[in-house]
Design a protein around this ligand. Sequence first.
Ligand code: P1T
Length: 384
Amino acid sequence: MTDQEMKFETKAIHAGLEPDSATGAIMTPIYQTSTYAQPLPGVHKGYEYSRSNNPTRNALQKNLAALENAKHGLAFGSGLAAVDACMRLLKPGDEIISTNDLYGGSYRQFTKVHANYGLKFHFTGMQTIEAAEALINQNTKMLWVETPTNPTLNIINIDAFAALAKKHHLILVADNTFASPYLQNPLDLGADIVMHSVTKYIAGHSDVIMGFLALNDDQLRQDLAFIQNSVGAVPGPMDCFLALRGIKTLHLRMQRHCENGAAIAHFLANHPKVEKVFWPGFESHPNHEVAKAQMRGFGGMMSFSLKGDKLEDAFSVVSKLRIFTLAESLGGVESLAGHPATMTHASIPKADREKTGVTDSLIRLSVGVEHIDDLIADLKQALA
Ligand code: P1T
């Protein structure tokens, strides 16, 4: 059976992975080496230097590419290093249209790093294509979508933006971090590049920082592999091993994240102190139909605001939580809570973030895989 023929669960455990040829070891060895012996200059076994090539990283790249139904995969030292590699495909004067509701660190990199080197960014709502299409001109080169968005869980129609990208010859990048490849495969919907913070659901245990790009186009792969090697933001072999180990249970974890997420979203929606719950599984969510069509589940991420929208009320809730830990990041087995306005999205100006729903009382939850009764009890006492 080829990797392409396997179902997701089988790919997660086997795709791109062979027992070690030297020893038969079932688990991919951690090739903790920077360099490789050459009997004569230029004569080697395909490996010269670990920034360019490393067997543990190659195994991860093949495995994760298979999960995104991609021909090629490239791993980076962090999600933001993967974002950076995409921007290095562009030249001064090029323009990028991005969703206005996105991870604060991506926004910060766009506006405080790449804008200094001549890239121009436009941020707009992407619930429909009209606003984005109106911003396209002859300098536009890339569309940046994040779906579901961080932290207000908007859903962007990848299929519709892929058609827009084709019409105007733009590169469509989809940040698939919140969904993970288990719930959504943007390349199948027409995206050119899928970007991941592997740090989150893919590695899944809050012990690795890593990024990933998956793609099908050979030229784009050549350009991005050149950037990966020339800029050098590569992950180490130990981290690649940890990500591979995490991926083996991605499907099991995601099933429980989805179940627990649904239960908590409904609990919060019925709580008298909660103003609004942002979760794409509700029929009342403005993009629920798109979510149903392009995702295989609604995931374990959600945000909620409190009646009265007071910062001190949000601080009081997050400080009382005992099983949810107040922390940045998401997607690990343990439940986390965050306060986007002062934590993950603090780099977005207040007026801009409030337009997208990141208000003072907004609390973001990354619902883990603990027992649902304990998680609900924890939220109940913190909100009491
Ligand atoms: O943290 P890093 O691995 O560099 O990934 C950056 C990143 C990119 N895209 C999305 C959608 C993300 O959520 C992140 C990282 N996010 C957090 C750390 C957070 O708490 O939201």
